[in-house]
Design a binder for this molecule. Structure first.
Ligand code: AMP
Length: 380
């Protein structure tokens, strides 16, 4: 099915061609016509499914027919759980919107950076991509008005609920007009999401993208059995011996992330940490360098395992396992994207073995566990 059969207008089709998207992904085939028709959407989809373009394209198309009115009244509000995702979604709007005849001002707003520049830049923004806390601050200070929102998008809604944004989301939704189109994407369909469905969505078109299972087949999964005190040296051994030039290392705490980075740097491996205690400037800088292949190792907490799209990331290493099997799949899903093969490595201490078996069972895949006791890690 070509993009031209989805009801999009020619300027949008040209913008899609400029991004070299040949065919719509399954989620786009279903979501784009429905959104163009003004329907609500309940989408169960993860990053990698193409969900962002599935709402960005029809929203931009709907704007082509709207008169330009520059004021404080936002027309489209996209709520996301993290700052990085806010920037990423806004950049997809900007990439597709850049050459359209009807210009659209898109802005991302999030906390962790000073509020004043955002206040100054907001007037005239028709599409706002925001994290909930900062948006409420901006609403309170009258920098933005939500009473004319026509389309609400909740992206990674389950993650927003996990992160404790429920109260803030409700306060925002209370300020929106009742008569609007609502588009919700969530990686999973839990009770809380069903609750949102019942209260916020009107007879939504339900779409489920089954991308993750296909992705997993592209990922070579390996695990190494290792004693806790040998984990650091083993990590450095794997990176150096494997000649890894772009590897995302997951840890479970901010402290471990910082400690690992210090040791990696001492051993001549370029590395930087990515976690919630870093300033927004540092986070953006690290991610940009890593994406561009200018930083060999990014050590991250689960903050970025969701939602962040890095094309062709060859290696992911779980220095520590995540608690939930779901998060394991999200983490390793950072590699094996865009049909390229990737490798996911997990370092398993004796006390992790039971938990790792649970993860494999949930995932429906067995992972080879390689012994490292005999491995000489001297000098790493
Ligand atoms: P998302 O799930 O929205 O984060 O998108 C995942 C990746 O797929 C992004 O890098 C998109 O640029 C890419 N993508 C989305 N739709 C298509 C498409 N129809 N053809 C090729 N790439 C796409």
């Amino acid at each position: 099915m070509p993009f031209s059969s989805l009801g999009l207008s020619q300027p949008l089709l040209d913008a899609i061609a400029a991004q070299s998207y040949a065919q719509p992904y399954p989620i786009q085939q279903e979501a784009i016509p429905a959104i163009l028709q003004g329907k609500d959407i309940l989408g169960i989809a993860k990053t990698g499914s193409g969900k962002t373009a599935s709402f960005v394209l029809p929203i931009l198309d709907l704007f082509q027919r709207k008169p330009v009115v520059r004021n404080r009244f936002v027309k489209v509000l996209v709520l996301v759980p993290t700052r990085e995702l806010a920037d990423q979604v806004a950049s997809v709007f900007q990439a597709f919107g850049a050459k359209l005849p009807r210009k659209i001002k898109v802005m991302s707003v999030y906390g962790g950076v000073s509020i004043n520049p955002q206040m100054m830049a907001l007037p005239g923004a028709e599409i706002v991509v925001a994290t909930p806390g900062r948006l409420l601050d901006l609403v309170t200070s009258n920098a933005v008005q939500l009473s004319a929102v026509e389309i609400l998008v909740l992206d990674e809604a389950d993650k927003m609920l996990d992160l404790g944004f429920a109260d803030e989301m409700n306060r925002i939704i209370d300020r929106l007009p009742k008569n609007r189109q609502t588009i919700l994407f969530s990686a999973t369909l839990g009770e809380a999401i069903e609750g949102i469905n019942a209260t916020l969505l009107r007879n939504p078109v339900k779409i489920e993208a089954v991308e993750e299972a296909q992705n997993l087949d592209l990922i070579k999964q390996v695990a190494y059995r290792v004693d806790p005190e040998r984990k650091g040296p083993l990590l450095r051994y794997l990176i150096k011996k494997g000649n890894m030039r772009q590897v995302l290392v997951f840890v479970s705490s901010v402290r471990t992330a910082d400690n690992l980075v210090v040791k990696l740097l001492k051993n001549g491996i370029q590395a930087a940490a990515m976690h919630s205690q870093k300033s927004q400037g540092a986070r953006t800088d690290t991610l940009t360098k890593f994406k561009a292949g200018k930083l060999a190792v990014m050590v991250a907490t689960d903050l970025i395992s969701r939602g962040i799209d890095i094309q062709l990331l060859p290696h992911v290493i779980n220095f520590e396992l995540p608690r939930s099997p779901k998060d394991y799949i999200h983490r390793i899903g950072r590699t094996g994207r865009a049909e390229a093969e990737g490798e996911a490595i997990s370092l398993i201490c004796p006390e992790d073995e039971h938990h790792f078996r649970v993860i494999q069972k949930k995932m429906g895949k067995r992972v080879e566990l390689i012994e490292t006791a005999e491995l000489n890690l001297l000098g790493f």
